[in-house]
Design a protein around this ligand. Structure first.
Ligand code: SF4
Ligand code: MG
Length: 326
């Protein structure tokens, strides 16, 4: 099947007082119907900016897309009119953000806000929209939806609010959902429940799902494939199982080694040394070299390109072969 979304060689620049920041530097990824792509990276890696470019909301501060294509069902969204893109948002592509509380209006009931999707997009009556809202709340497993439909966002727990956000995203039965750190603000048990719900609904509706996260542990069970981003580029891409079994990039290896594991309780966790780069001053060569435990001279001068590391796999490391076998 053709990809539902096909991002090709996307570049996003921000013009700042420090000069031009290349926040996204030639990112390509795709997702099919019924498939989950996890985009993994630390803050500033470009993972959210890529998603914002897809959603057409790169406006704070104004971002520019000097190069690239964002094909949705084969059509380049970057060539569509504002009106056409606006129609795609919500109806065909929906987004879920980390912070439900700031995305929901505090003075309107959740039922009203859910119903609004149907009133605005489908011209439904208030009554019919409310019935739809209850149905959606049921669908995302909010207990006693009928009784709670008139409650306000602050009356729900963090996990329940995130379910409401998911309900909102699902309302118009989109073909693609982009979830940016959907569970980061929640505690671990609730995280797992919300992630499971999202995965269930994704299968049920056969949607494409892009899960943006800094937490490799969260996506292990739900993603089909992973793109790991660092300093505005994809540094590794692989089917999730293979990536876990044998990472082909030292950064991915470091991320894997820093996940707490039950069978290693008490053992000190590995932590990748240093911090991600300031995007206005990205290190030359491989941007990861100041933090890489196996960096060599060539890494400080030559930019490694994302190259095949087996079927459906790619690594942007000069020494991926050593890494994958190490
Ligand atoms: Fe490390 Fe060099 Fe590979 Fe970059 S290219 S990840 S610095 S070994
Ligand atoms: Mg982010």
């Amino acid at each position: 099947a053709k990809p539902l979304l096909d991002v090709r060689d996307l570049h996003v620049d921000f013009h700042t007082r420090d000069g031009v920041v290349h926040a996204v530097n030639g990112v390509s990824y795709d997702v099919r119907a019924g498939e989950t792509l996890a985009v993994l990276g630390e803050s500033g890696s470009g993972k959210s900016v890529t998603a914002q470019a897809i959603m057409g909301i790169l406006d704070m501060p104004p971002g520019r897309i000097p190069q690239g294509e964002i094909l949705f069902q084969g059509r380049d969204m970057l060539k569509m009119s504002k009106e056409e893109r606006r129609k795609l948002r919500g109806a065909k592509i929906a987004m879920i953000f980390q912070d439900a509380l700031s995305s929901l209006n505090p003075v309107l009931s959740v039922g009203y806000q859910l119903g609004e999707m149907f009133r605005v997009h489908q011209g439904m009556s208030r009554r019919a929209a409310k019935a739809k809202a209850i149905e959606l709340m049921d669908r995302v497993r909010i207990p006693a939806a009928k009784e709670r439909v008139n409650d306000y966002p602050h009356q729900f727990s963090g996990g329940m609010r995130q379910r409401i956000m998911i309900a909102m995203a699902l309302a118009l039965e989109p073909e693609l959902i982009i979830a940016d750190e959907p569970t980061t603000a929640l505690d671990v048990t609730v995280q797992a429940q919300v992630m499971e719900l999202l995965a269930d609904l994704q299968r049920e509706f056969n949607m494409g799902l892009i899960l943006i996260t800094h937490d490799l542990g969260v996506v292990a069970d739900v993603a089909d494939k992973i793109a790991v981003m660092y300093a505005g580029r994809i540094v590794e891409t692989a089917p999730v199982k293979e990536l876990y079994r044998s990472p082909a990039h030292p950064y991915t290896r470091g991320l894997l080694d820093s996940i707490p594991r039950l069978d290693q309780k008490g053992k000190e966790l590995y932590a990748i040394q240093g911090l991600p780069p300031n995007m206005a001053h990205v290190p030359a060569g491989c941007a990861f070299h100041p933090r890489c435990p196996v960096a060599k001279d060539i890494c400080t001068t030559d930019l490694p390109v994302l190259a095949g590391a087996g079927e459906e796999r790619g690594s942007a490391c000069h020494f991926w072969k050593e890494t994958i076998n190490g």
